[in-house]
Design a protein around this ligand. Structure first.
Ligand SMILES: [Cu+2]
Length: 72
């Protein structure tokens, strides 16, 4: 069965569609990531993932590696 959880952060340095595309590419590349949604107005990033395949820490690290600063 597919378990699906959502992790979310505020990413203040996510400023344009280019940033969103970068984050989507990096995150969707990870195993167990189903969907990445971003709102440029609120700077909110939501990641739906399978907790059996990845962890919020791994997602967080991938966002940081892409050059962004996620906050809780
Ligand atoms: Cu940008």
């Amino acid at each position: 069965m597919d378990t699906r959880e959502t992790a979310q952060w505020t990413v203040p340095d996510m400023e344009c569609e280019g940033c969103v595309r970068t984050l989507q590419r990096v995150l969707l590349d990870l195993p167990g990531v189903f969907q990445v949604e971003a709102d440029l107005l609120t700077k909110r990033l939501q990641v739906q993932y399978n907790p059996q395949q990845t962890t919020p820490t791994a997602l967080y690290d991938a966002i940081v590696s892409a050059g962004f600063t996620p906050q809780e």
